[in-house]
Design a protein around this ligand. Structure first.
Ligand SMILES: [Cu+2]
Length: 484
């Protein structure tokens, strides 16, 4: 392709030099020829904004109910003789992870994660993958049934796609379900840099195990280690990440999941981090109706409020949004609802350091200490963060600082939300008398159990009691809290 264009340009410039009216018509002819040649490859669509885009209603092919990708978008396709053609471009991107905090990542078509691919069971799909990175890449279509040579493992199923080259993958989307795509070439680096995307194969027609829903959301769990003030992830980090994200966004940068009261809602989540994430929904119970293995048999379904999503797994949660309100939806690992600098600080609960900490942290941000009454103080503390650093815990709700970061968002259930309207309705207006309130009466003295002089309970009596009772006083050493 490049050679053809080069030759044309060369010919055009030669004709220009020769001059004459004939040169112009020849140039027009050459241009239209090159357009026909270009038509072999669908125009790549690039997204520059990290906003949640409205669902992409299909205008060709079998109809389906499209998904909404949280802080993401669906890639448009071109129909070519009954084949759905997509063009993915692997490239360096700048991703705004939260307002004012931009990360230099790798992704597809302008964003990390890449765009969601949506097709219908039985569709023949052709994917052009252009490599604009400086090293080999490939794409593995996680969870798909496909010919072995389309599975995307570099060296095993195909040669890596060299920089500047475009490879074509083609297969039939045989199985409906929730899938993802990611490189299988230098994957430790490429996934740590943000290369991944969602894939949804909708069922053709009614499916006995796949209910139709009113709202269908999807996002990937990912994690980065970006030093305060820096913009590029440290790709050698194995467990100690400081940014826990949904679709490369961190709270308060993650959009709410807006639904209409009594909507049937589906949320699809895939995990491409290095650890598991128990994803927890408040106020409702859900059923796991699908995994990357497809729809789950009905006999295996049980109501849950937390779904633990292991590395490389996908889960599809269905629930009826029958409780109005602003319901928290988050990872239940408390360190994962924190942003950079939330880790590796000494525990100072019970130590009075008023005044001192503020002075030290002005000079050395790393010396930030946990407040003596807990860490919530820090959401209101004067913190001299380096430029381009996400606040550790942020977000202001109707009742004050939320004190969260990372993998946290809100499911907003509203009676007056219109069908198909995903715009943020603002904060929930609580009916009078339905908000926790302060008790203002007299406080009685606490009733304690009678002092007991015998040793505490245990499975066996100890051989010898310590000469003196000791209260344990330890401070967790700084440096490393791997294994979460
Ligand atoms: Cu988590």
């Amino acid at each position: 392709m490049k050679d053809v264009l080069m030759n044309e340009r060369h010919m055009l410039s030669r004709r220009k030099m020769l001059g004459g009216a004939g040169a112009i018509s020849a140039a027009v002819a050459a241009a239209s020829v090159s357009k026909v040649a270009m038509a072999a490859l669908p125009e790549p669509v690039i997204q520059t904004k990290p906003d949640t885009m409205p669902p992409l209603v299909p205008n060709t092919g079998r109809p389906y109910n499209p998904v909404v990708t949280l802080n993401g978008w669906t890639l448009p396709w071109r129909m070519n003789n009954g084949v759905k053609e997509f063009h993915l471009v692997a490239e360096p991107v700048v991703r705004e992870m939260s307002p004012g905090f931009k990360a230099h990542l790798w992704g597809y078509n302008g964003q990390s994660p890449g765009p969601t691919i949506e097709v219908v069971e039985g569709d023949r799909v052709r994917l052009f993958v252009t490599n604009k990175l400086g090293e080999l890449t490939s794409i593995h279509w996680h969870g798909q049934r496909l010919p072995n040579g389309m599975d995307g493992v570099t060296g095993l199923n195909q040669p890596g796609i060299p920089p500047g080259k475009t490879y074509v993958y083609e297969f039939v989307a045989r199985r409906p379900g929730t899938f993802m795509y990611h490189p299988h070439a230098d994957e430790m680096v490429q996934m740590a840099m943000g290369m991944m995307g969602f894939w949804i194969t909708h069922p053709k027609g009614k499916h006995p195990l796949i209910d139709e829903v009113d709202r269908d959301f999807c996002f990937l769990l990912n994690a980065y280690d970006i030093d305060p003030g820096a913009a590029t992830p440290k790709i050698m980090t194995m467990l100690d990440f400081n940014l826990w994200s949904w679709n490369s966004r961190i709270f308060p940068g993650i959009d709410p999941l807006v639904v209409r009261h009594m909507d049937k809602v589906r949320i699809r989540v895939g995990n491409l981090t290095m650890t598991n994430h128990p994803i927890h929904l408040h106020g409702h119970e859900f059923l796991i109706t699908g995994t990357d293995g497809g729809p789950t048999p009905k006999s295996t379904r049980q109501y849950e409020v937390t779904a633990d999503i292991a590395v490389g797994q996908m889960r599809q949660m269905d629930f009826l949004a029958d409780e109005e309100g602003d319901w928290a939806f988050h990872c239940h690992k408390s360190h994962h609802t924190m942003n950079a600098m939330g880790h590796d600080v000494p525990t100072m609960i019970g130590v009075d350091h008023r005044g001192v900490a503020k002075q030290i942290t002005k000079l050395i941000p790393d010396y930030m200490v946990m407040g003596e009454r807990g860490m919530k103080d820090m959401t209101e503390m004067e913190m001299p963060l380096p430029d381009n650093t996400a606040a550790m815990m942020a977000g202001t709700g109707p009742f004050g600082a939320v004190g969260m970061g990372g993998m946290f968002s809100v499911v907003k259930v509203r009676k007056d939300q219109k069908r198909g309207d995903y715009s943020d309705p603002g904060w929930y207006q609580h009916p009078p008398g339905t908000v926790a309130y302060e008790f203002t009466g007299a406080l009685p003295d606490p009733a304690r159990f009678k002092a007991d002089v015998s040793p505490g309970p245990g499975s066996m009596p100890s051989m010898a009691k310590p000469a003196q009772d000791v209260e344990v006083k330890v401070r967790k050493p700084a440096g490393g809290h791997s294994g979460h």
